[in-house]
Design a protein around this ligand. Structure first.
Ligand code: SF4
Length: 261
């Protein structure tokens, strides 16, 4: 519990100095220009939101769990390899958009070998509806080659190894480690970043700050699903524009000063 530190009063001085005389200033008449100026706006009062207690954070995730005990990611995949490819393709794209393209792609290429056999030009054709598809097709081929050459065609199980694959960064590693291998990682996408900051659960200027902040406050028993609960909350309730605070499960606990309830 936070320790309350009271400011100490200055002890009464033994000798009081006489009050200083204030020089009376004669009020200057305002110039015409100054008189027409609008009064300066008072500085906006910013009150720091109350810090979350461990019990409140527990309550948030307990409510998410009760509402949706087994949350699922929305990126369609058939195995760890197709999950990896789907996450690489999802950068700056929606899950729905990625799924639309990968349904046909994964039907013909669900292993690194089949992807290589398909070739970069064909992969590009399958995914051309996704943003940055040229570069992404290159990465899918290059990461498939690396998986075959260095990892026996399997998706590796460590963050460093996953991050060494072309097109895969920290978020990709966190999603794959969590969804494919059940690790307690926290992938911070745009939704999780917004929810972490708005609610005050884990304020941060970068995804990494929010990730580490969330890992610090969320109890281990929720960590397997916490990333999905937060993504789904951001995607369907705590919308970027027009958050649906009136139907939000945690609106009584949320610290966002602009919440609408
Ligand atoms: S109360 Fe509003 S701002 Fe806060 S988490 Fe819920 S939807 Fe988001």
């Amino acid at each position: 519990m936070a320790k309350i530190i009271r400011s100490q009063r200055a002890s009464t001085p033994s000798v009081r100095s006489p009050p200083k005389k204030k020089a009376a200033k004669a009020a200057k008449p305002l110039s015409k220009r100054a008189a027409n100026k609008p009064p300066a706006k008072a500085a906006k009062k910013t009150t720091k939101p109350k810090p979350w207690t461990a019990a409140e954070v527990y309550e948030v995730f307990d409510r998410f769990r009760k509402a949706n005990p087994e949350p699922r990611g929305e990126l369609e995949h058939l195995n760890p390899y197709t999950l990896l490819v789907a996450v690489v393709l999802s950068a700056q794209a929606t899950d729905a958009g990625v799924n639309k393209a990968t349904r046909a792609l994964f039907a013909v290429a669900d292993t690194p070998e089949k992807m290589l056999a398909l070739g970069e030009d064909s992969v590009r054709d399958y995914i051309k509806t996704i943003g940055l598809y040229r570069n992404k097709a290159k990465n899918v081929i290059a990461l498939s080659e690396k998986l075959i050459a260095e990892f026996g065609s399997e998706v590796p199980r460590t963050r460093t190894e996953i991050e060494s694959l072309p097109g895969a960064g920290r978020k990709t590693a966190n999603v794959v480690l969590n969804m494919a291998f059940g690790e307690h990682t926290m992938a911070v996408d745009t939704h999780v970043f917004r929810v972490g900051n708005r609610t005050g659960l884990a304020p941060g200027k970068t995804p990494l700050e929010v990730e580490l902040g969330l890992e610090k406050v969320i109890s281990t028993e929720f960590m397997l699903h916490a990333h999905h609960w937060l993504i789904l909350h951001g995607r369907y309730t705590c919308l970027a524009r027009g958050p649906r605070c009136e139907v939000c499960l945690i609106n009584d606990l949320c610290r966002w000063p602009e919440k609408t309830v």
